[in-house]
Design a protein. Structure first.
Length: 75
């Protein structure tokens, strides 16, 4: 049974890889500048919402401020 699952996973993996390669070859991927802009927007969001994230961490996971401040290290 396990070998059957492995074969199925390999077939599925090959299909996914083939689909991704077709997508890439079609030119549908986003340009580098777009990706960099998205990362910058994410960084800005994290900085602007830092207090909200810290409060949520404290409320949901009972993390104290010193444990949750690595968000500040996003440059």
């Amino acid at each position: 049974m396990r070998s059957g699952i492995r074969v199925c996973l390999r077939v599925c993996q090959r299909r996914v890889i083939a689909k991704l390669r077709r997508s890439f070859a079609s030119g549908k991927t986003r340009p580098l500048q777009w990706r960099l802009e998205q990362l910058e927007a994410l960084r800005r969001c994290l900085r602007e919402s830092e207090d909200i994230f810290i409060e949520a961490l404290h409320r949901d996971l009972h993390k104290v401020l010193l444990v949750s401040t690595p968000i500040r290290s996003v440059h």
